[in-house]
Design a protein around this ligand. Structure first.
Ligand SMILES: [Zn+2]
Ligand SMILES: [Zn+2]
Length: 368
């Protein structure tokens, strides 16, 4: 079996992994590199012509954003994804199979291909995949977090595979999930005690529910408002109870109706990179009122979000929705994985030569 890294190693984005079997290929994720002039996976037309199935771990652009491009390059196979991922995708796959998390979570697709899946704790619809393909066992954690405030994770334990592709987006730079939550809690309480408004920009699907859960247990209590995009998602959240932990459904949250507030208020907006001009103006209004803006995830190159952080007008404190190196190593110890490829991290990781961890980057080929 040959694995080819079409993107996602030594880069934060473009997640895409090709498995080349003796008769056909599989692709796991088809992500975009946001802010890049060459944003698509490193796949040739010849490689694409052999792909029979694409598996999508979740709806974020760095995992699905190049699917339309894949079709344009001649892909005509079938796409497997959670039905909640399908619902969230702006561009839908053409031929697809929806995976249902409430049913038996194993599908036999061909004689030599069987796939199991479970919730990866990262957002609504996020899955890990364990595959038996062409006499090999391969695991993809997808974006994986066992300690989310809001999302359920079917934790990976005692799985035995030849090759595991493991989320390590935070590398060795950011603390473990539990520490990141603690720091964020302290910050939120500090702002509240100073009587400051707090703007939290989040992606539409992902940290929004985690942030709601965190601020609802802080001093801000009832003074939480959200924008219309998030309000729509909150209203729909009972449909996703299979993905959300207990007490993660907040239907009493109000939609923001004005730009100024009397009491210290938390405003959660579904615009993680602050792309919308209206939101940018709102951010300036918050700054004028001596409020705080806090980004809790990756800010894209050249985005308004990264400009605010760089100029000191906003703070960045990562809320963990991925694993760091320490967590990835702990997960490896709890499973039996022969070889491991750490993915999603923008930098080379301090891994010993000759260990089960392979030093690979995008465009590398691995035989196993
Ligand atoms: Zn993601
Ligand atoms: Zn990702």
């Amino acid at each position: 079996m040959k694995a080819y890294i079409a993107g996602g190693c030594y880069e934060h984005g473009r997640n895409s992994f090709l498995l080349e079997g003796s008769e056909y290929s599989l692709l796991v994720d088809c992500g975009t590199m946001q802010g890049s002039d060459t944003p698509n996976p490193y796949l040739s037309k010849e490689q694409i012509s052999k792909i029979r199935y694409v598996f999508l771990t979740h709806s974020h652009k760095d995992h699905v954003g190049s699917l339309e491009w894949l079709y344009q390059q001649g892909f005509c196979g079938k796409v497997y994804l959670a039905k909640e991922t399908y619902e969230q995708m702006p561009v839908k796959p053409r031929e697809y199979v929806l995976l249902d998390i409430s049913k038996l979570n194993t599908v036999r697709i061909e004689n030599d291909l069987e796939v199991s899946y479970g919730r990866s704790g990262h957002c609504v619809g996020s899955l890990w995949f364990k595959m038996s393909f062409d006499k090999k066992e391969i695991l993809f954690t997808g974006d994986y977090c066992e300690d989310s405030e809001a999302y359920i994770c079917d934790v990976l334990r005692d799985t035995n595979v030849d090759m595991a592709f493991v989320d390590c987006a935070y590398g060795n730079k950011i603390g473990m999930a539990l520490q990141s939550k603690e720091k964020l809690n302290e910050k939120i309480n500090e702002y509240f005690n100073n009587g400051q408004h707090l703007l939290l920009p989040v992606p539409p699907n992902g940290r929004g529910f985690d942030m709601l859960k965190m601020v609802s247990s802080s001093g801000y209590g009832k003074n939480i408002v959200v924008d219309s995009v998030l309000k729509e998602r909150i209203d729909a959240s009972p449909l996703w109870k299979e993905w959300l932990k207990e007490n993660s459904i907040f239907q009493d949250i109000q939609e923001m109706s004005e730009n100024s507030f009397d009491d210290p208020t938390v405003i959660i907006m579904a615009d993680a990179q602050m792309k919308s001009k209206q939101n940018q103006m709102f951010a300036q209004e918050i700054i004028k009122q001596e409020g705080k803006i806090l980004f809790t995830g990756h800010t894209d190159l050249n985005s308004y979000a990264s400009k605010l952080v760089k100029s000191g007008q906003a703070e960045l404190l990562i809320y963990s929705v991925h694993q760091n190196l320490e967590e990835a190593l702990i997960l490896c110890e709890k499973n039996q994985w022969q070889k491991v490829i750490l993915t999603h991290c923008s930098k080379e990781l301090p891994i010993e030569d000759g260990s089960k961890f392979l030093k690979v980057k995008s465009k590398d080929k691995i035989l196993f």
